[in-house]
Design a protein around this ligand. Structure first.
Ligand SMILES: *[C@@H]1O[C@H](CO)[C@@H](O)[C@H](O)[C@H]1NC(C)=O
Ligand SMILES: *[C@@H]1O[C@H](CO)[C@@H](O)[C@H](O)[C@H]1NC(C)=O
Ligand SMILES: *[C@@H]1O[C@H](CO)[C@@H](O)[C@H](O)[C@H]1NC(C)=O
Ligand SMILES: *[C@@H]1O[C@H](CO)[C@@H](O)[C@H](O)[C@H]1NC(C)=O
Length: 505
């Protein structure tokens, strides 16, 4: 994470993030799908979506009792229509063939969303038949949702005929993600984000096939979330209205789950937790030295236990994020009762930091979680971390290769390339950031679980200019769907330089 002046801006710019994540490949002429699928073949025929375009599910093992697929299909129609009135005179289109519906077959009956589930799909749209149906096959309903997103990007509203057309049929697309963890972080401590905004972010994540919303819920500045076990914690919110009830958190998790997005909840201990002491001042070393959390106080660990116990009822993702970055231990060495405790335990301040992180890890494990920790914990005492730890890189290059060489898993999100509040970072810099840099051993490569990127490595453009046109097209598509994605051209993420077409900015 981030200390100092950058902190305030952390991740405020997520309304524009979508222009720079995911990956692609340009040279397939006229193929404006983002991210680029693993394999694509297409033809030269045009079809149109019949007025009664419908979902069929014969042959599916998946029963869709919770309506995830049905709702996904309705959202597909919604984004494809994109608020246009589709009122073509269907009797007049004998020259074009009608696509009567989409036949979706899902093999797994389970709709459990979890880390590492099968997200692959196969989409085919034939050019002929009587009647013609598109076919989508997937192991899981979440793979099918990815297929619906791809399908939506093949549809175009024709302003002359007022109907929705699919060009370049027949299509055969086989696809699956390169990385199992494709995340986006939102920080609701430094900047409270209202629920509709969080839902918009989740929608945009689904459009780009990202699958983990990393919810950096609380930090030093504010504690917006209700914690039933310790009901005064959210006294640390910025204001009474900048808060989330636990029911709100449930709503976020369910909304995300229905779109194939997991929620990774974070508490950033002990170094980013000053706001906790507004409700419970004994969590501070002292009233004038408030951070990190008091390592000498058993109550500190009771509170962490209470939070993770409440989390485990709501945040069902396999991982919880325990932070652990930027721990300045000076309050521990200058506060008399903490200093005495350190002496009694025979710990110096860096050993106390290690003790804190490892004890928090044990609490997380006791609630059934595996844990993610920021890279400082690895840099300082990597050989002591629980083997179930995922190390989250942020400081810069060179870390992931050491983490995986030590046999631990790693999430790559180095700030120099992938921090969204660095407004001057250009999209080619985002695009060219390669998580497996310097990691050649295949066993070690498997330990890098993310943080972004869908497209297979050999399909990524080596020169970002090759994908500029396709990305500009995708940015316009996001704008059409109500996502305020920023222009590509210009310095980093900025206002458009001049009036002009969305496709050229
Ligand atoms: C629709 O198109 C058919 C065939 O071109 C034509 O006969 C009919 O009048 C049109 N209907 C409307 C409402 O325009
Ligand atoms: C650590 O915290 C102390 C007291 O809060 C502060 O004086 C010092 O500047 C901090 N050190 C760093 C490196 O930020
Ligand atoms: C703390 O103790 C460890 C082990 O004795 C030592 O390696 C480390 O340098 C010490 N750290 C500080 C800040 O004194
Ligand atoms: C790759 O290795 C080089 C040389 O050791 C190092 O300078 C660079 O930071 C590494 N890059 C990444 C992204 O790890």
């Amino acid at each position: 994470m981030l200390q100092g002046k950058m902190k305030r801006g952390f991740c405020v710019s997520f309304v524009v993030w979508v222009v720079v994540v995911a990956a692609g490949f340009a040279s397939v002429d006229g193929l404006n799908v983002w991210p680029m699928p693993e394999s694509v073949s297409k033809g030269l025929s045009s079809l149109y979506l019949s007025k009664g375009f419908r979902l069929l599910t014969e042959g599916s093992e998946y029963r869709d009792e919770s309506g995830i697929l049905k709702d996904g299909f309705l959202r597909l129609l919604d984004v494809v229509e994109s608020a246009h009135v589709v009122d073509g005179n269907w009797t007049g289109y004998d020259s074009l063939a009608a696509l009567e519906g989409l036949h979706v077959v899902v093999f797994s009956p389970s709709d459990e969303l979890q880390y590492g589930i099968d997200e692959s799909y196969k989409l085919s749209i034939p050019a002929t038949g009587n009647p013609i149906y598109a076919h989508l096959e997937a192991q899981t309903v979440y793979g099918a949702l990815h297929g619906l997103q791809t399908f939506s990007q093949l549809c175009h509203f024709n302003f002359e005929t007022r109907i929705i057309e699919v060009h370049k049929a027949p299509w055969v697309i086989k696809d699956q993600p390169r990385f199992s963890y494709r995340g986006l972080l939102i920080d609701t401590s430094r900047h409270y984000q209202p629920l509709p905004m969080i839902k918009n972010v989740i929608d945009a994540m689904a459009y780009t096939k990202l699958n983990v919303l990393h919810w950096h819920i609380v930090d030093s500045q504010s504690f917006p979330l209700e914690i039933p076990s310790f009901p005064k914690l959210w006294n640390g919110a910025y204001s009474p209205s900048e808060r989330y009830t636990m029911d709100d958190a449930v709503e976020v998790v369910q909304y995300a789950q229905r779109r194939g997005v997991n929620v990774l909840a974070e508490i950033d201990v002990p170094g980013h937790a000053r706001s906790w002491g507004i409700g419970y001042p004994s969590l501070w070393p002292s009233s004038n030295c408030r951070q990190p959390l008091d390592v000498s106080n058993e109550f500190t660990f009771k509170v962490i236990d209470g939070i993770l116990s409440d989390f485990s009822k709501v945040f069902k993702f396999k991982f919880v994020h325990l932070g652990g970055d930027e721990v300045n231990t000076s309050c521990w060495t200058v506060t008399p009762h903490v200093k005495n405790w350190l002496k009694k335990q025979g710990l110096n301040e860096s050993e106390a930091y290690e003790y804190f992180v490892l004890r928090a890890q044990k609490i997380a494990l006791s609630h059934g979680y595996e844990m993610v920790n920021w890279e400082e914990t690895f840099n300082d005492f990597g050989n002591k971390l629980n083997p179930k730890t995922v190390v989250h890189n942020w400081l810069g290059g060179g870390v992931a290769q050491r983490v995986v060489a030590a046999g631990l898993r790693c999430i790559v999100s180095n700030q120099d390339q992938w921090y969204l509040h660095y407004m001057e970072t250009t999209w080619p810099q985002f695009y060219m950031n390669e998580p497996l840099t310097n990691i050649t051993n295949p066993k070690q490569q498997e330990l890098v679980i993310g943080e972004r990127l869908w497209t297979p490595f050999d399909k990524l453009a080596k020169d970002p200019n090759l994908v500029a046109g396709r990305l500009a097209h995708f940015r316009c598509l996001l704008n059409q769907r109500g996502v305020a994605a920023a222009p590509l051209f210009g310095n980093g993420r900025a206002v458009p330089n001049y009036p002009g077409s969305c496709y050229k900015q």
